[in-house]
Design a protein around this ligand. Structure first.
Ligand code: SF4
Length: 893
């Protein structure tokens, strides 16, 4: 960059070439008013509020889209400029109803502020716009008020440039010009248009007059839904959440949210929230006091432990509660109960990542950062419906492809939304991942596209993989997967010749009984091309739930203590025994699916579930129900009477993430502060308080005054967290490892050196999934998530708006299959598998190929996991949730 000198309002400024006048002015403390400008949008100069005078130019210029040039002399606030801005504002008021007293934006409206600042007393040029009856843009979440609109186009550009949907555009000309939804079918009600609107033209359509900005307390916290971990501000009046706002530049999401993050909070006020403990009596749950419930649970657990030993008890921690709560929960199970039977839902979604990447790279987490995906030239996205499951990352991918030339390769059995941005879409069958991944490696080696210096310096066992993939010719892979060989070769060349290439994947890869092999094959590919340890590269598993990474980091796993420190290692056991002042078991514990199997066999007598709902999320639900029925004690701690709580012996009401303090860790290993915004329902307690009470009653006292005290203990025993404090988290999240107080955190793992020392190539082979279609069950059933709902649906299904937009389960079926079966759009079908059946509405779509059907698992009325296969991956113990063989019958009920 070349330095240059300009003068603003008489002050000489040295700056770098390439910046706009607006940026230089703002960077140097000069205020220039703007309305249509946003940092993350391409500047247009539409509104003309940012006009400035430049010496030597006849007319004023717009500062937002005029480059600063060497020697420029600029005036930002002359009488002429002020008059021009007044004129601009007057034209914006032409149709404005001047209804500030009833406008939701009152008090935080840029137009209102500028009109006041520029001393405008009266709208000079008003026309009567009341006669115009437009059909205006509105969704269940968003409402457009055309007469308040200043036509700055921020909403239109945000929808195009940030969200990548292009729903909105300007219609008509002159006084009739307005914003309209020209592609309403593409709207995902993310509310980004609403957030971008500087005035009150776009407002929430949910309910109005909820409270003024000056009445609201704004609490910064983290979204409690997916693993992106978006920062948001919860606006609270009294004890009512009135809305969620963000700021451009805020958090890892840069102020962007999806529909769940922005509108998905009605559940906190649901009348169905649990308010009192429940105990099962004569087959029915009845209300109990906390004292009675806690005495009951602690007495029962003690009895079971004395009679059957500590390994007859198991705990299931939660991807939804805070790190501090997960830490205490595993401590209770290990130090108080005396067993390693502790797990979280990772063994239903990403344990293959943890095992696979720990083996090959030495760390089982996302290698890179969300932000540094911007550096990637090629993004290989597989088994991840990113725009629906991690919407804000999905928006980023669209933006990179549309405006920055990044190439996207999608490999997915389903024609997911991201396919429309992709340069290449490969469509294998579900469960064929190792075959096509080995095929890519084969071509990259054959065409000499691999990174020999990186392999020599940073890896081991290359020859073993080279030998194994030699038989995975494009022809052979085509035969297995159906991917045309030319497309496979094209994908290999794109990935193999990229400067920076990142792989993103999710449960389409991991939720298989061969999931760990799929992850190892991905790792082989990255090692082969040296795509590790630098921005824009890496192996990037996208974690589904908001704090699953945190639950794993906190040791809610059957083989490791916090920080992935193995329970089998004597020195580590000694360390934790001395910190926790209790003898610890060296025997590895059971995973979530193994726990239920052991319950079925009568080996596990008690299961304590904190904030999970296995009766919706586990495979083979009928079997699970029988297993739970054999337990002497099933405790469920949750905010609602979930399907799992309904079969429990004791239910303990807890608080949601909006009602307590703590930390979450997002998919990129970023530890972030969660802050209490609301008081929860009277009678419910924070999970950490419940555990402390229970543990103390059980005879292992836990005395913590607040979550920060728990976090201080976590830091002491977890090397990756040693340098992280609540005080440091005040200025934003920190990515582990962060070994000391001066360490900035680690956005990119494996920089300069693979964590394991050398990256390990592991040869893996393709084998077909355990269930393949046959005459009786001719379809492959694959499962996933929907944009509007989250996991077991216990929160999102309590949000009216989200239910309105996605009210029920749909089974997707290819048009040719529907025709053969005589099924019509919207008709009902019975999906029958080897373990049961369920009924659902049908959606006929070419998103799925012939022979494959797809549905989501959010709806307990259509419990797809009745059919899924509990067979486990022997390495990671993850069940085969992605592939089951089924038949489709017309439902006549
Ligand atoms: Fe929340 Fe995920 Fe949406 Fe962000 S992308 S707002 S974390 S659900």
């Amino acid at each position: 960059m070349i330095a240059m000198r300009i003068t603003i309002n008489g002050r000489a400024i040295e700056t770098e070439e390439g910046a706009t006048i607006l940026r230089v002015a703002h960077q140097n403390g000069f205020r220039i008013p703007t309305l249509c400008h946003m940092e993350s949008l391409i500047p247009t100069g539409f509104c003309r509020m940012c006009v400035v005078e430049v010496q030597g130019l006849e007319n004023p210029v717009t500062a937002c889209n005029t480059q600063a040039m060497d020697g420029m002399v600029i005036e930002t606030d002359t009488p002429k400029i002020r008059e021009l801005r007044k004129e601009v504002l007057q034209f914006m008021l032409v149709k404005h109803p001047l209804d500030c007293p009833v406008c939701d934006k009152g008090g935080e409206c840029d137009l209102q502020d500028y009109v006041y600042e520029y001393g405008i007393q009266k709208a000079e040029y008003q026309v009567d716009a009341s006669v115009k009856e437009y059909k205006t843009y509105s969704t269940p979440a968003i409402k457009y008020h055309p007469n308040r609109c200043i036509l700055c186009s921020r909403c239109i550009r945000t929808c195009r440039e940030i969200v990548g949907r292009e729903v909105l555009d300007l219609k008509e000309t002159g006084f009739d010009t307005r914003v309209e939804a020209v592609r309403p079918e593409r709207c995902i009600s993310c509310g980004e248009c609403l957030a971008a609107c500087p005035v009150g033209a776009l407002t929430e359509n949910i309910s109005s007059i909820k409270g003024r900005v000056w009445q609201a307390k704004r609490v910064s916290t983290i979204c409690g839904y997916c693993g992106v971990g978006c920062s948001l501000e919860v606006n609270v009046v009294g004890n009512r959440l009135i809305k969620v706002t963000t700021k451009e530049g805020l958090g890892t999401n840069n102020g962007v949210l999806c529909v769940k993050g922005r509108f998905g909070y009605e559940f906190v006020n649901s009348p169905e929230r649990l308010r009192t403990p429940l105990i099962r009596d004569n087959g029915k749950l009845r209300e109990a006091s906390w004292d009675e419930a806690m005495t009951y649970v602690s007495t029962k657990l003690r009895e079971i432990k004395e009679r059957n030993g500590p390994d007859s008890i198991a705990g299931l921690a939660s991807a939804r509660v805070t790190c501090e709560e997960n830490y205490l929960f595993q401590k209770f199970i290990r130090a108080a109960i005396g067993t390693n039977n502790i797990d979280n839902c990772v063994h239903l979604c990403h344990s293959s990542t943890v095992v696979g990447l720990a083996t090959t790279l030495g760390s089982g987490a996302m290698t890179n950062s969300i932000e540094d995906l911007k550096e990637a030239d090629v993004l290989l996205v597989t088994g991840s419906n990113t725009t629906e499951t991690h919407p804000v990352i999905g928006m980023l991918l669209r933006n990179r492809a549309r405006f920055h030339g990044a190439k996207i390769i999608v490999v997915d059995p389903r024609k997911i939304d991201l396919v429309e941005e992709a340069d290449l879409w490969l469509q294998p069958k579900p469960g064929d991942d190792v075959a096509w991944l080995n095929g890519l490696a084969h071509i990259i080696i054959k065409e000499n596209l691999y990174n020999k210096p990186f392999i020599d310096q940073h890896t081991e066992s290359f020859e073993a993989v080279k030998g194994r993939v030699s038989s995975y010719t494009p022809e052979f892979v085509e035969k297995i997967t159906g991917i045309p060989k030319d497309q496979l070769i094209r994908a290999a060349r794109m990935y193999g010749s990229a400067k920076n290439a990142a792989i993103l994947y999710c449960m389409g890869i991991t939720q298989h009984s061969k999931g760990t092999d799929g992850v190892k094959a991905i790792s082989n590919l990255a090692l082969l091309c040296g795509q590790l340890g630098k921005p824009g590269s890496g192996v990037n598993p996208l974690i589904g739930q908001n704090n699953m990474q945190g639950a794993c980091d906190m040791g809610c796993l059957p083989t490791v203590y916090p920080g992935y420190q193995g329970v089998a290692l004597r020195e580590l056991r000694d360390k934790f025994e001395s910190h926790w002042e209790a003898p610890l078991s060296e025997k590895p514990g059971l995973t979530v699916v193994e726990m239920s199997e052991a319950a079925y066999e009568g080996k596990i007598k008690a299961i304590y579930i904190m904030g999970e709902n296995p009766m919706v999320t586990n495979p083979d639900l009928s079997h699970l129900k029988k297993a739970y029925a054999k337990l002497e004690l099933l405790v469920v701690q949750d905010i609602f009477l979930t399907e799992s709580a309904q079969v429990a012996h004791v239910v303990l009401p807890s608080l949601s993430f909006l009602e307590k303090d703590g930390t979450f860790v997002n998919t990129e290993r970023r530890v972030q502060r969660v802050r209490k915004a609301l008081n929860g329902p009277e009678g419910a307690r924070a999970d950490w308080e419940i555990i402390c009470d229970l543990s103390s009653r059980f005879g292992y006292p836990m005395n913590y005054g607040n979550p920060e005290e728990i976090f201080e203990e976590i830091r002491k025993v977890t090397p990756q967290y040693a340098g992280i404090t609540y005080a440091r988290l005040e200025s934003g999240g920190i990515q582990w490892p962060c070994p000391d107080a001066n360490h900035p955190g680690t956005p990119v793992l494996h920089k300069g050196r693979i964590v394991r020392g050398k990256g390990l190539f592991v040869p893996v082979d393709y084998t077909p999934p355990p269930e393949v279609p046959d005459r009786d069950y001719p379809f492959i059933l694959s499962t996933g998530r929907d944009y509007y709902h989250y996991n077991a649906g216990s929160m999102t299904r309590k949000v009216r708006l989200l239910n309105e937009m996605c009210p029920e389960s749909l089974v997707e079926i290819n048009p040719s299959d529907a025709e053969k079966l005589g099924i019509n759009e919207g008709g009902r079908v019975k999906v029958v598998g080897r373990r049961g059946d369920f009924v659902s509405k049908v959606k006929i779509t070419d998103k799925v190929s012939s022979g494959v059907v797809f549905t989501t698992f959010h709806f307990s009325e259509a419990p797809v996991n009745i059919l899924t296969n509990a067979v486990l991956d022997p390495q990671s113990k993850i069940p085969e949730l992605e592939v089951s063989a089924v038949r489709i019958e017309k439902f006549k009920g």
